[in-house]
Unconditional design. Structure first.
Length: 145
């Protein structure tokens, strides 16, 4: 998502565990619609950030194939918590990666997810990829606000 967040340098442990620093853009236009009086990071955006960071770590375009567990534990108010950490544990499996991820601050856990991601399959007949479809969904969220 354009200008929604920026990534600070990452730390990696054994090419399996990664920690990314995230700085949310608290003036991003998505908060005009989600929600104008009390901005909250949308859950779909948290999932998208996790997927994008796994892509950075693995240097591949990926999509969620299955999510076995997802928990939204606390609201992320970008005015209060715009500096976050996203912690990833990534294990290679046939055809993709098993991922465990969390979004947290120094003192609070906001979100956890377990699932697997697989390589994006280009659909030449449709003229695009699933990654473009993900961005289009978020783009629509932004436009509706």
């Amino acid at each position: 998502m354009k200008d929604f967040y920026s990534v600070t340098p990452i730390t990696a442990k054994d090419n399996r565990e990664y920690t990314f620093g995230i700085l949310l853009n608290k003036t991003h236009r998505i908060y005009h619609g989600h929600f104008p009086q009390q901005p909250v990071v949308p859950g779909v955006c948290m999932m998208l950030m996790v997927r994008e960071l796994v892509e950075i770590a693995m240097e591949r375009n990926l999509m969620f194939k299955e999510v076995s567990n997802i928990k939204f534990l606390s609201l992320v108010d970008p005015a209060v918590n715009n500096e976050l950490m996203i912690k990833l544990t990534i294990d290679s499996i046939e055809g993709g990666y098993n991922v465990k991820a969390s979004i947290e601050s120094a003192d609070k856990l906001f979100f956890t997810i377990k699932g697997n991601l697989s390589a994006i399959i280009t659909c030449p007949a449709q003229g695009g990829t699933s990654s473009e479809a993900d961005s289009s969904v978020v783009g629509n969220l932004e436009l509706e606000g």
